[in-house]
Write a protein that binds this ligand. Structure first.
Ligand SMILES: C[S@@+](CC[C@H](N)C(=O)[O-])C[C@H]1O[C@@H](n2cnc3c(N)ncnc32)[C@H](O)[C@@H]1O
Length: 273
C-alpha cells in the first residue's frame, strides 16, 4: 500500500479498541496516524472526544462518543448494502454503470476513483468486473477503507472483487497534476463532498461523523480540472440530484436517479467492444 505526504489538514480522532485482542493493531494504528491511544475502552464511555476510531472484532469504525451517539460507521463490503448489492445487484443496468459508459457486460475498464471515501461506489464498479484504483486523502477515512478492503479480501464472497481494488493514500489533485497529459485510467470517477447532500437517515448518520473528519471538499473544481487532464475516455462526477454541477466545464450529459445524479464529461468515444 502506497503512502504519500498529505496537504489536507485532518482532525484525527483518538483510537480505542474493544479488547486485548485488538490492542497491538489499534496501538500501531494510533502511532501511524499520530493519534492518542486510549486502550481498551467502550466507545460510548469516552467523554473526552467527539469522535473515536474504534477497533473491535467487527473491524475498524468511526464512532461518536457519549451515550446518545449515532451508531458506528465502517467500510463494509461483506455484509450490509454492499454485500446485498453484489449478490442481487442490477449489473450494467445500474445508473452508475451507464454513466461509466458500458455497452456490454464483458467490457472492462480501468477506473480511477479519486474520492474513494468508504469505497461503496468503487466496490460496485469492481463488482461489474472493472479494475479500480482508489485514492483517498483523509488518513482517517483511508484507514477505515483499508480495514474494509482487508476484511473483503479475507471473505470468499468478496475476495475476487476486492482483488480488483487498489487503494492509495494520496491527495488526488496533486497525484493527478503530477501525471497531467498522460492517461492514468480509462475513466476518472469523482464523488466529492457537497454541503447539502441527501437527507435520508442513513446518509445523515454517516455524514454527521464523516463531515468533521473530511470537511466539504471546497477544492472540487480543481479536482475536476486535474481529472479532465488525465482520463482516457471520460470523467464521471456523482452529485446529489439537486446539487449544481461542479464549477468549471459543463457536463455534456446528466443521468438522474432518485437521489443522485451523474454528470458525464466525455473526452473520447469508449471502445465499442
Ligand atoms: C462523499 S465521499 C465519497 C464516497 C464514496 N464515493 C463512496 O462510495 O463511499 C468523498 C471522499 O472523497 C475524499 N476526497 C475529496 N477530495 C479528495 C482529493 N482531492 N483527494 C483524495 N480524496 C479526496 C474525501 O476525503 C472523502 O472521503
Amino acid at each position: 500500500m502506497q503512502q504519500s505526504p498529505l496537504s489536507h489538514p485532518d482532525p484525527v480522532p483518538p483510537v480505542a479498541c474493544g479488547s486485548d485482542l485488538q490492542w497491538p493493531e489499534a496501538e500501531a494504528l494510533a502511532t501511524r496516524l499520530g493519534a492518542t491511544f486510549l486502550g481498551g475502552v467502550p466507545a460510548r464511555q469516552i467523554d473526552s472526544a467527539a469522535l473515536v476510531l474504534f477497533l473491535d472484532e467487527n473491524g475498524l469504525s468511526l464512532q461518536a462518543t457519549g451515550r446518545k451517539a449515532p451508531g458506528p460507521v465502517r467500510s463494509e463490503f461483506v455484509s450490509g448494502k454492499a454485500g446485498y448489492r453484489l449478490a442481487h445487484g442490477g449489473g450494467t443496468g445500474q445508473l452508475i454503470a451507464k454513466a461509466i459508459g458500458l455497452k456490454r457486460t464483458n467490457q472492462t475498464l480501468h477506473i480511477l476513483d479519486a474520492t474513494a471515501g468508504l469505497g461503496q461506489d468503487a466496490f460496485v464498479l469492481a463488482g461489474l468486473g472493472h479494475r479500480v484504483t482508489l485514492l483517498e486523502r483523509s488518513p482517517v477515512i483511508h484507514a477505515l477503507l483499508e480495514d474494509g478492503l482487508a476484511r473483503a479480501a479475507a471473505d470468499a464472497s468478496t475476495a475476487a472483487v476486492a482483488s480488483r481494488m487498489t487503494l492509495i493514500h494520496a491527495d488526488s489533485i496533486r497525484w493527478l497534476q503530477a501525471r497531467a497529459g498522460q492517461p492514468v485510467a480509462d475513466v476518472v470517477y469523482l464523488d466529492p463532498m457537497f454541503p447539502h447532500r441527501d437527507k435520508s437517515a442513513q446518509v445523515k448518520k454517516e455524514m454527521q461523523l464523516f463531515r468533521p473528519v473530511v470537511g466539504d471538499d471546497p477544492d472540487a473544481a480543481d479536482l475536476l480540472q486535474a481529472a479532465l487532464a488525465c482520463a482516457r475516455y471520460r470523467v464521471v462526477v456523482k452529485r446529489s440530484r439537486r446539487a449544481p454541477a461542479i464549477e468549471g466545464d459543463a457536463p455534456a450529459l446528466k443521468l438522474e436517479g432518485k437521489s443522485s445524479r451523474y454528470d458525464v464529461y466525455p473526452l473520447k468515444a469508449l471502445p465499442s467492444s
